[in-house]
Design a protein around this ligand. Sequence first.
Ligand SMILES: N[C@@H](Cc1c[nH]c[nH+]1)C(=O)O
Length: 379
Amino acid sequence: MKNRNLPSGTRDEFGVRAEMKEAITANLFAIFKRRGFSKLTTPILEYADVFKPLNLTNYRPYQLLDEQGEALVLRPDLTLPVARVMSTTGVELPAKWYYSGDVFRVKKQLSGSYNQLTQAGIELVGYASLKGEWECLKIALEGVAAAGITDWTLELGDARFTDAVLAALPIPEPTKNALKQALFAKDLSRYKQLCKPLADTAFEPFLNEWPWLFGSFNDVIQVVDTLPDIAALVPVISNLKQTAGFIKTQAPDQEVFLDLSIPSPQSYYTGMAFQGYTQNSSDYLFSGGRYDELLTSFQQVKEPAVGLAFDTDALVDRMPEPASADQTLIYFDTDQWQLAEATLNDTPNSTLCLADSREEAGQIATSTNRTLIDLTEGR
Ligand SMILES: N[C@@H](Cc1c[nH]c[nH+]1)C(=O)O
């Protein structure tokens, strides 16, 4: 073997970390199942076409070809495969699915982030009501709590906000597009220049704040309230306010932020989006949102849908490590297997010592800091 290195952005997982990941995945699955979700598993390989609705600059996939020369990819997302299943299998709707699996996204070299990450998530297909978003948020609160993470921020947004505001501005279409680009790129000098024709209009106070429209829910809503009436914004703001109220009833101490100055986390979102963050890290704990148009890229009929995925690796990175219990090693002769088995059953946190000699068993016990039970003693 010439190259023993791993492909960039991948890792091996073993020991405590791998066990913590298994434990949080089991906890999340228990939450999903208790709330009536069914399991859905899809392959790691899919036709590249499935992921056309993604913004591929953020999610550049690993590509390969099948035997007919068709482009395949390692899946960069788990929501699109669920949408594909929904449109090809004629499953009766509405449906509640859960899943877990690895996704692969080619990141910039040396960006320091991983190209393979594990997600565990849910998709609610066929539910148009705000109850769908709230079910996702309830699961987000429970999932993060199950990981033992207490200090985190829930960030809300809405994919419709930016376009609704831009549509109302009395400026030509190309200027609106340029303004959106400058806003998202945080190119402030260009942004200010493009806003000049709107000085002294009713939009001015809002436009002065828009690039910084991120922060605690009520502070951001106050700025939004300075806008003149925009009919398309009414349901957006009302849903956001109701949702902040819902969180208050479910988790009174939960910090809720609102970000209305960035692009939607996924190009396929059509409504509310929500993410969980801890301080000093750009990895989200979970990310989700409503995507009512996505199924139309696979089938004729439109189906409302909303979902969320936990980044299992991000949860593990922030989970408190479990206290390690005292471990015991059971040394025995080959003809004592039954006795060794009985001792194993009766002794918590024990493991059989498979060494050939008492001396080797002693060395292992010392180097791994374990107590040794010697069943050969006095033979
Ligand atoms: N697939 C999305 C998360 C999601 C699940 N359902 C809806 N959104 C992501 O990876 O960001």
